[in-house]
Design a protein around this ligand. Sequence first.
Ligand SMILES: [Zn+2]
Length: 211
Amino acid sequence: MEGIFNKTLEEGNKKFPSGSSKFFTFEEGDNRIRILSVVQVFGQHYINGLGYKFCIGLDNGCPYCKGKYKVSPTYFVWVLDRADGAIKEAKLSYTVFKSINDVTAIEEYNFEPTAQGTFPYDINIRMIDGKKKGEKRSYNILPGEKSELTEEEKEEVRKLKNPMFMVEEMKTKALADEGKLVDVSEEEVEKVVEEVEEEITEEKAKVEMPF
Ligand SMILES: [Zn+2]
């Protein structure tokens, strides 16, 4: 049974997304989304136990570049999550983004985004988890029928910040976080990095995908 405030809660969450609802995450199986914006690439390091870390670049003293961690290209894009109708920040891996790109090349679908980058159709990203140990996740992208966004959705899309700006914001935050490491002795920083590096080698097969 639904509580009397269900609708209000849902609306509030849509208008002021916070926490996990602000970020798009893949579920096993169907993930129906509409790409809403142009895409901005940035680099990320995956650190076991710490999660994903924005790469500020070796020139800016990125501790993970110094630790010789692999940096993976990641693609920031705004998406409309059809699961709950909310607009979310998505950070897509190279693998997923490349598959989406391939779909836009299918002639029959006559791909024409809006000036802002909104796709003319939804896409369903079917995610299948690797069932055996060491087996990778796989993604199949299925384009939907051409469809218009509602006027309300279009209005929301117009208000979205440019992905380039969003990535700049992430960088500013990462640089500020990096500043906090100043108090830690060089020796400490190196120790932490070395320990994590050992773990990531063992766990490597499990962490190929950034979702
Ligand atoms: Zn880095």
